[in-house]
Design a protein. Structure first.
Length: 103
């Protein structure tokens, strides 16, 4: 698998930064090449041309429709991260979600 670029959006970036770090560790253990950035949702447009997957933090679920509209023309798969996965900063389960979106 070629390297995939994942954008993880949340409000400020603190908790999503920890989750991104755990996803990187999980990907390393599985010998996968994933570049993941944790950013504010206001920065989505800056990454449109380089992302393969867009993940939304659960507390931004209310913005899902708007975010999907913003990336629709690029055919980028989008998912809201389950609250349990996000709350536990579960890199493995989040990586499974990314793989599912890429299939």
């Amino acid at each position: 698998m070629t390297e995939k670029n994942v954008l993880l959006v949340c409000g400020g970036g603190a908790s999503s930064g920890f989750l991104a770090q755990n996803i990187r560790k999980a990907a390393q253990k599985r010998d996968m090449s994933i570049e993941i950035k944790a950013r504010s949702e206001s920065e989505i447009d800056e990454y449109l041309d380089e992302m393969d997957v867009l993940l939304i933090a659960p507390h931004l679920r209310y913005m899902e429709s708007d975010i999907r509209d913003r990336v629709q023309s690029k055919n980028i798969p989008v998912a809201v991260i389950d609250q349990t996965i996000y709350g536990m900063l579960d890199g493995n389960k989040c990586l499974d979600l990314i793989i599912g979106l890429l299939d």
